[in-house]
Write a protein that binds this ligand. Structure first.
Ligand code: C6P
Length: 413
């Protein structure tokens, strides 16, 4: 995060939007620092869910009755909101999926099955979540393609020199995250994309950890695919999007067969629907898609630059406080980061730290964060990860630091 602005946000008003924050956990006020796993939902998102189920629950794109038309138009309104949110060129480039994991599997499976050949190469980075590793391993095995991995530096940044060496005319796909869930590193995706395009490879960006924190402009990035999970941007679980360039999505075969993705079906032959419906087989997750629009509006109304500035302040504050504890070792010290700080404490297992913080009402994530190869490269099993959202405060960080001091004092004599 480079731009350090003064955030224009009213923290009390924002916290008032999140009912879940106002509770006691183990007798202490909840401090929720597990936002990279999933962040909390504002009232307007929760209301959109109940409004749908109480007022106009109906299947979409099928019925001509009033409820069906209302549900269809609310569902399509979210597509328009996401289209604008990432500045895609065409609205039909927005495909609803269950989230980043399904979006990556869709591309690996559909694009990979149709176009990868023996000896083709797929490049990922050492920073990837299992969701951006395993689908590529699966398709590489099936098509006898080769998976290559870009090394990372000790600070947790992608080694661009190594990436340059891996690129060749055999490279067909490059798949990297916009920001790392375990370390917070923001990757230079624009540069990564243009380097891949120079060898005519396609690029998929895993935007799971970017959508709530960083501006996303898929036309400016010129990425071929971009993946988002709603639940990491204040929206409901179980939905998200795949963005793909229209000319690529048009060439790709359907991922799943069923209702809605067809134009005509006979026992002899099926013709497929136009974009985006070709990739949306079956009854989708209507309620959650509808409510996702409210999450987009919530972010837009606050302004991503304000959110980023507030979170940047929190990250700097937390990093300074953690660094002042001699027993703490920070994992992930890239110069450009989203609001994630991982750390370990010598001689105390991350799980024990997580449990002892939980006893004080503080929720952090512990373990490998679905990035086992990344943890291996640091020679550790896992970390404690504190990740901040727009509703977090410095006082909450002070509580975590106080908790850590107690834990260290109690367990390290
Ligand atoms: N990371 C975390 O605690 P899904 O589960 O499909 O919404 O997102 C998967 C995923 C893919 N890429 C990145 C960079 C991610 O961070 C995640 C989800 C959570 O870090 C849960 S493991």
């Amino acid at each position: 995060m480079n731009a350090v602005l003064t955030p224009k946000i009213d923290i009390e008003k924002i916290r008032g939007e999140f009912p879940i924050l106002h509770q006691q956990i183990n007798g202490k006020p909840l401090v929720y620092f597990d936002n990279a796993a999933t962040n909390q939902k504002p009232k307007r998102v929760i209301k959109a869910l109940t409004d749908y189920y109480q007022g106009y629950n109906a299947n979409i794109h099928r019925g001509i009755h009033t409820l069906a038309e209302k549900a269809t138009s609310a569902y399509e309104d979210t597509r328009v909101a996401m289209w604008k949110f990432i500045n895609a060129q065409h609205v039909e480039e927005i495909i609803f999926t269950s989230g980043v994991t399904e979006s990556i599997n869709l591309v690996a499976s559909s694009y990979g099955r149709a176009f990868l050949k023996e000896g083709d190469e797929i490049i990922i980075s050492g920073l990837e979540h299992h969701s951006n590793i395993v689908p590529w391993q699966m398709i590489a095995e099936e098509k006898k393609a080769i998976l290559k991995v870009i090394s990372i530096t000790p600070a947790g940044e992608i080694d661009l020199d190594h990436y340059k060496k891996l690129l060749s005319d055999r490279t067909k796909i490059v798949a990297v995250n916009h920001a790392s869930n375990s370390l917070g590193t923001i990757n230079p995706v624009k540069e990564i994309i243009s380097m891949a395009h120079a060898v005519e490879a396609f690029v998929l960006i895993d935007g799971a950890q970017a959508s709530a924190h960083l501006p996303i402009d898929v036309q400016d990035l010129d990425c071929d695919f971009y993946c988002i999970s709603s639940h990491k941007m204040y929206g409901p679980t179980g939905t998200g999007i795949l963005y793909g360039k229209k000319k690529l999505l048009e060439k790709m075969p359907p991922y799943m067969g069923g209702g809605e993705m067809i134009k005509d079906v006979t026992f002899a032959k099926t013709t497929y629907n136009d974009l985006p419906y070709k990739f949306e087989a079956g009854t989708p997750n209507i309620a959650d898609v509808v409510a996702l629009k409210e999450a987009v509006l919530f972010i837009n109304e606050l302004g991503k630059e304000n959110i980023a500035a507030h979170e940047h302040n929190l990250l700097q504050y937390a990093t300074a406080k953690l660094s002042a504890l001699p027993q703490v070792k920070l994992i992930g010290t890239a110069s450009n980061k989203v609001s994630v700080q991982s750390f370990i404490i010598d001689r105390i297992h991350p799980f024990d730290i997580g449990q002892m913080l939980d006893a004080r009402g503080i929720a952090v994530r512990t373990g490998h964060h679905c990035t086992q190869p990344l943890m291996d490269s640091f020679g550790i099993e896992g970390t404690v990860r504190a990740s901040f959202a727009v509703y977090n405060t410095r006082e909450e960080i002070d509580q975590m630091i106080e908790g850590l001091k107690r834990i260290i004092g109690f367990l390290i004599k």
